[in-house]
Ligand binder design. Structure first.
Ligand SMILES: N[C@@H](CCC(=O)N[C@@H](CS)C(=O)NCC(=O)O)C(=O)O
Length: 311
């Protein structure tokens, strides 16, 4: 198997989700540190315009979105399974709730209550201002709850989780860990970066706290650093891509020029030639002067495909 190259940054919750998966599987991986905001000059040649973090590179295949990345890692390293048969339907459903509803009430509230300096302690006021502007642009159009509404919702959610763990189970859906554990853990991890938030909002939920300790103990596997320019070279020098095919019953023809973009936020379109389409993923082929011929993969859930206009 070619090396797994994770493009991420330390304070990114969705990156933490994937780092925990790599830890659960005990994998060695290469770690590329990406900028926390635009511009991202060594990211866009690989992704074709997708700016969100993290993404996974294997040779000249680039996998966007943690939903797809986790499935790919699970396919390559099936043990222990992220989607165990014992909770196969519930696990992705709970994971999706955690990646969206739970994340979007807890993370902005944590930044508000803990203060951005709780998350980026070393940063200057200029950095914090630029960061706020970058995130406002990326999430324009998203309706955000006020702090008191977010807090009320979050306390309900944390109560549900505490209740779910009430029978003494080790993981949220039973005796074995699954994708829902790491999706929930990314948000709890982010909240506990701020001691004030941990004290105010997490402390009343002891079962959740013990569960989080078990998930955090997965660790991060064995990362070793790689520069972003070396990652670009890995892509440029790759000689093959992961096999993929277009299922013509799904509405698009193989070879069509299309764009793909996220439906929620950070929706910058990526343009390319359609080389893969299934119920799970959509794959675009793109040529870049620095990254070479790249196959950019997106999950089908949460992304929109559009035929490129020919005018
Ligand atoms: N659905 C995406 C969401 C990723 C996401 O929102 N990532 C945040 C960081 S945790 C992000 O992209 N922030 C802006 C950036 O890094 O430029 C996934 O599962 O990977």
């Amino acid at each position: 198997m070619s090396e797994l190259i994770l493009h991420h940054y330390a304070s990114s919750p969705f990156s933490e989700k994937v780092r925990l998966v790599l830890g659960l599987k005990g994998l060695a991986w290469r770690s590329v540190d990406v900028p926390v905001m635009m511009p991202k000059p060594d990211v866009l040649p690989l992704t074709g315009g997708y700016r969100r973090t993290p993404f996974l590179q294997i040779g000249a295949d680039v996998y966007c979105d943690s939903l797809l990345m986790c499935r790919v890692i699970d396919r390559l390293a099936p043990q222990p399974p992220l989607y165990p048969a014992s909770c196969s339907g519930a696990a992705p459903v709970l994971s999706q709730w955690a990646d969206s509803a739970l994340f979007w009430v807890a993370v902005p509230l944590t930044i508000q209550l803990g203060g951005p300096l709780g998350i980026f302690p070393q940063q200057s006021p200029e950095f914090l201002k630029a960061f706020a502007a970058d995130r406002a642009a990326m999430t324009a159009g998203l309706r955000r709850p006020a702090a008191h509404d977010a807090r009320a919702t979050l306390l309900n959610y944390l109560g549900w989780l505490e209740q779910q763990l009430g029978d003494g189970r080790r993981y949220v859906l039973g005796a074995d860990p699954c994708i829902a554990d790491v999706s929930i853990a990314q948000t709890i991890w982010f909240m506990q970066l701020s001691p004030k938030v941990a004290q105010q909002l997490l402390a009343p939920y002891p079962k959740l706290g013990s569960w989080y300790g078990r998930v955090a103990a997965f660790g991060h596997g064995q990362p070793s650093e790689l520069s972003s320019s070396a990652a670009l070279q890995v892509s440029a020098q790759a000689t093959a891509h992961a096999p993929c095919a277009v299922d013509a019953t799904l509405g698009f023809e193989a070879g069509a020029q299309v764009t793909v973009n996220a439906l929620d936020y950070g929706a910058d379109p990526v343009a390319g030639r359609l080389v893969g389409l299934s119920l799970d993923e959509v794959v675009l082929q793109r040529d870049d002067p620095r990254a070479g011929r790249v196959h950019v993969h997106f999950p089908r859930i949460g992304y929109q495909i559009k035929a490129e206009r020919k005018d």
